[in-house]
Structures are given as C-alpha cells and as structure tokens.
Design a protein around this ligand. Structure first.
Ligand SMILES: *Cc1c(COP(=O)(O)O)cnc(C)c1O
Length: 363
C-alpha cells in the first residue's frame, strides 16, 4: 500500500465555487444522494416521540428491524457511522487496549484520532490488498500475553472496504477472522457502512455476513440515500453500554423518528436497487479500461478507482477537466474515485465516459 493511498481524508471540505458550472453528474460520493420525494413523504408522515426518553415509536421500529436484519439482540440509532464506530470501541475496549484493523480502515484514517483521544486505544495497522487483511496476517500480529504487551482487545473489519475500492470480504474469510479473534479472547466489530452493498453483491444476507461479529452497524447516508442516521447492533448488554456512550458523546435525539422514517423507507426501497449502482460501476470500469494507458481496478460494488497516469493526463488535471463539464469526481492519494449511487443513472455513466474520452483527447 503506497503512502499516498493512506491520504484518504486529506481533502479539505469546501463551499461550492460560484465560478464553476453546477454539478450535473455527481460521482463524488454516495453520501451526496438527496432524499427522494417519496422518502420526504415518509419523513413527513412519521409518528414521533422523544428518542432520548425512549418513546419514539419510529426509532423503535427501525432498531427492531435492524436488530433482526443483522441477527443481533438489540440496536441503537446514532446520528452518524463515525459515532457507531467510536461508541463501539468505547464499549469493547479499556484505555491502553489495542485494536487490530487494516491500515486503511476508516477508524484509523478518517475519524480524527477519536479512538486514541476519547478511549486511549491504539490501533495496530494490518496490511493486505484492497483494504482487506488475510487470516494469516491477523495471526502474525497476535502478541504474546505479558505485562509488557498492550492488551489486544478488538478485531475490526470494514465491509465493504472503502479505500480498498469497495471490496467485499468473502463470508468465509470473515468467519475465519472472527474465529481467530475469539480463540484469542478478543471481541469483533464490523464497520458496515456499506454492508448492504456487500450483501447485494455477494448474495449473502446481512445476518450471515455479521454472524461472527459482536457488533455491526449500517450507514443510511451512503448508498441507501437517507439524510442522516446509522444503526449499531449487538447483544442487549452491548447496546445498553453503547447507549451510555451515546449519551456521553452528546448524540441522543428527540423527535428522531423523522430521520428513522427515512431509514425505514431506505430499507424498503433502496436496498435491492444497489445492484443497479454496481452494474453502473462495472459499466464505468469497462469503459475506462478501454482508454489507452488507463489503469482501472475492477469494482466489486459501487466504488471505481482508476489511475490515468499512463494516459498522459494526470489525475488532478483530469478531475479538473471533468469538473468544468459538470462531472464531480474525487481523488484519493494519486488515484481517482468515482462512486455510483441513487442519483447516478446508466445514461450519466455513458455521458461521463464520453466527456472523459474528449478530455483525454486534448492531451
Ligand atoms: C462513511 C464511512 C464511515 C463513517 O460514517 P459517517 O456516517 O460518515 O460518519 C465509517 N466507515 C466507513 C467505511 C465509511 O465509508
């Protein structure tokens, strides 16, 4: 893994530049989907209570549904996925404990050092292709237990692996990783920001993907298209403790049902259709691969990483040229990332490929 590939969060959030044309085709991120009119309808009709007080019926409906989907006892609604991750590590670990995760994991690269700052945990970065480590790589990093070594407490995986190119961990590998963790007395946590993308791509139910994991969460603001919210699942005792951290972190809500209704709507209407995003990503990758000099990583799901270095036009320049045509891409390290989602159609992919060919032809 090149150092530049770890530069994931090295972007600066910026207000839109009024001098640029509006973005017509947004391949920047699946976080930029807008709630659909029907989703807004569902939010408007939501029955609500006081979530912090425990009486918002729509939040309860969402949590019950998510616990069942993930095959866990209980669930808690959180404002963000980042908060699911930090609440989970805070429940699983004590200060000084070590978490084993891939070197590109979101918890390590993109959460502001919260696991160290708030929990006093260190993260041991594991290596492996496409954001995934092998069971052997995990075994090789199990420390002997002594008064000198940090207590290794938690094994973390990311399904799909974001910086790994939206790669899907096979269920059999996940089961093996979980078994190794258990054998060494460690807990297991799955960052399932895009878990449903993995489930749809692999045809494996979420409960089976997460079966070996003590905690797992799903983000509703990625491909599922809700405006905010993520749900963390685990045993009843785990969720009780996660609730304490939610309170401590300042994240309890009031009429959260308005947002939970969007998440329930997404579960009903936006899961199966992720297959379209995957087909669009594959079409984009196929088209890119036909451009001389373009290096394209074959996508498992909705993230397409490509490197135009061999075309004679650099990545930053290509992103700039496409932006001037109203197409928004992102750059991670030296690579370009295109992300397909709810607001990207097959026709937009064709148009993007045409604009890309024209941009490259200018040399
Ligand atoms: C987006 C993302 C997160 C964080 O989720 P937010 O809802 O943006 O806080 C965590 N892990 C992965 C893999 C992600 O892609």
């Amino acid at each position: 893994m090149a150092a530049s590939d770890l530069a994931m969060a090295g972007y600066t959030p910026q207000r839109p530049d009024p001098k640029l044309p509006p973005v017509r085709i947004n391949l920047y991120s699946d976080t930029q989907t807008r709630p659909t009119p029907a989703m807004k309808e569902a939010m408007m009709r939501a029955e609500v209570g006081d979530e912090q007080h425990g009486d918002d019926p729509t939040v309860h409906a969402l949590c019950d549904r998510m616990a069942a989907l993930m095959g866990k006892e209980a669930a808690v609604f959180m404002p963000t996925g980042t908060m699911c991750n930090v609440a989970a590590t805070l429940v699983h670990c004590s200060p000084g404990d070590e978490i084993l995760a891939h070197e590109t994991a979101h918890i390590l690269t993109s959460e502001g050092g919260s696991h160290a700052a708030l929990g006093g945990f260190q993260i041991l970065p594991l290596k492996g292709a496409r954001g995934m480590y092998t069971p052997d790589e995990l075994r090789a990093h199990i420390r002997g237990k002594s008064r000198h070594t940090p207590r290794q407490r938690l094994v973390e995986v990311e399904q799909t692996a974001n910086i790994g190119g939206g790669a899907v961990w096979p269920k059999r590998v996940l089961d093996e990783i979980a078994a190794i963790a258990r054998e060494h007395g460690m807990a297991t946590h799955m960052d399932g920001a895009r878990l449903m993308n993995a489930c749809v791509a692999a045809g494996v139910p979420a409960a089976e993907m997460a079966a070996g994991f003590d905690s797992v969460w799903l983000d509703f603001t990625k491909g599922l298209g809700a405006p905010l919210g993520a749900v963390l699942c685990g045993s009843a005792a785990f969720i009780d403790e996660a609730w304490r951290w939610k309170q401590r972190l300042g994240g309890a809500m009031r009429q959260g049902g308005v947002c939970a209704a969007a998440c329930l709507y997404a579960l009903d209407h936006h899961v199966e259709r992720l297959a379209e995003d995957h087909a669009n990503a594959k079409a984009l990758a196929r088209g890119l691969a036909q451009m001389p000099g373009m290096r394209v990583e074959e996508p498992d799901t909705n993230l397409v990483f490509f490197d135009p270095a061999g075309t004679g036009v650099g990545a930053a320049e290509l992103v700039r040229r496409l932006r001037l045509e109203g197409v928004q891409l992102s750059m991670l390290g030296g690579r370009i990332r295109a992300c397909t989602h709810l607001d990207v159609t097959a026709a937009m992919i064709e148009e993007t490929l045409g604009l890309m060919r024209a941009a490259l032809a200018r040399g």
